[in-house]
Design a protein around this ligand. Structure first.
Ligand code: ZN
Length: 354
């Protein structure tokens, strides 16, 4: 056989206002009502916002719930939960929260070979619908292939109450697709890497979607929240279709990962990705970098070293090491990356440093 491509997609995506009020109906509609033991990963705040409610409703239906409240998404925490989930004979995982809880839930589901349902409480990254999880404490800060979520339940009312900085970061993660898809095409042309046009177009669409509705998003309206959630889910589905994170992660993500290594936790993932997007579009010679920067300013995403709170020399350093983060992922940074001089010049020309 020449090329067999298997695509795992989420079975159900439920987006809307107060959808969590009907959590039991939803559980039934995806055929999970016969499950007796559910494992839930959530955060401290997100447990108060949504986790406790879900736990209560499930318990009322005689479904036993084992809850883990996590503060970080380290591989060690994830592995501890894997063994406890095995001991507790958990039959389904639920991730309730932002990035960390969802990433851990996906990883645990994968390790115990059960389904996972994601219930995001913020729209800050596109892991909501993708099979990829980023855990810390691994050799390299890259995402690992886990399991495509069986369902995604996005309660717009809950998500709209999350700090607006998280939503903006979600926009940043989506703007990155403008670069990721260019890098994918480049790798296809130069390296003969598999390229799926449909997945690429879908990822691009998610970026164009937030650009088109940037006014709406900037206005902090509930419709704007919905646009971002839809974009993040599309991007996740694009990864499901491609079978890799290629359509959603290129040199802008390598740059973000490099910053994370140099200054862990200094800015949000999507904020770093957005900054990387300006830089990489500039390197591509695309005039789009100015438009992206304008949109970022309008939405309130950091566009300078000062705003993102990272020293200029650290940003330069990140740019010069980004190509080494994941050598198998060919991008516009090439095999040798940028020199320090080039990095300084690009950062000045894009107004990131003055
Ligand atoms: Zn991302």
């Amino acid at each position: 056989m020449s090329h067999i491509h298997v695509i795992n997609l989420p079975l159900k995506i439920i987006i809307g206002s107060n959808v969590l009020d009907n959590i039991n109906e939803i559980i039934e509609s995806i055929g999970l009502n016969k499950i007796t033991k559910i494992g839930m990963v959530t955060g401290r705040k997100t447990y108060e916002i949504a986790g406790a409610r879900i736990e209560g409703e499930l318990t009322e239906k005689n479904i036993s719930v084992k809850t883990w409240i996590v503060e970080s998404s380290t591989i060690n925490t994830a592995e501890e939960i894997v063994s406890e989930a095995k001991n507790n004979e958990v039959k389904l995982m639920i991730g309730v929260g932002g990035g960390k809880a969802i990433d851990i839930a996906k990883y645990v589901a994968y390790k115990i070979d059960r389904d996972v349902v994601n219930i995001p409480t913020a729209a800050s990254h596109d892991g909501i619908a993708s099979p990829f999880a980023s855990l810390t404490g691994l050799d390299k800060p890259m995402s690992i292939l886990t399991k495509t979520p069986r369902a995604i339940i996005a309660d717009i009312d809950i998500i709209s109450k999350a700090p607006s900085r998280l939503l903006k970061a979600g926009v940043g993660d989506l703007l990155g697709k403008l670069v990721a898809v260019r890098d994918w095409r480049l790798a296809h042309r130069l390296r003969g890497e598999y390229y799926g046009e449909y997945a690429a177009k879908l990822a691009l669409l998610s970026a164009k979607h937030v650009i088109k509705y940037s006014e709406l998003i900037a206005s902090n309206s509930i419709e704007g929240v919905r646009v971002v959630v839809e974009g993040l889910i599309s991007s996740g589905v694009a990864m499901c279709i491609a079978g890799s994170s290629r359509p959603a992660s290129g040199s802008e993500h390598l740059f973000s990962h490099a910053l994370e290594i140099l200054k862990p936790g200094r800015a949000l993932h999507g904020e770093k990705v957005a900054l990387g997007t300006i830089i990489m579009l500039y390197i591509y010679g695309s005039p789009l970098w100015r438009r992206v920067r304008r949109i970022m300013k309008k939405i309130g995403l950091p566009t300078t070293a000062r705003e993102i709170g990272i020293e200029p020399d650290v940003i330069v350093e990140a740019l010069t090491i980004a190509h080494k983060i994941r050598p198998d992922r060919y991008t516009v940074l090439g095999e040798t990356g940028l020199s320090k001089e080039a990095a300084w010049r690009i950062l000045r020309e894009t107004g990131i440093i003055d």
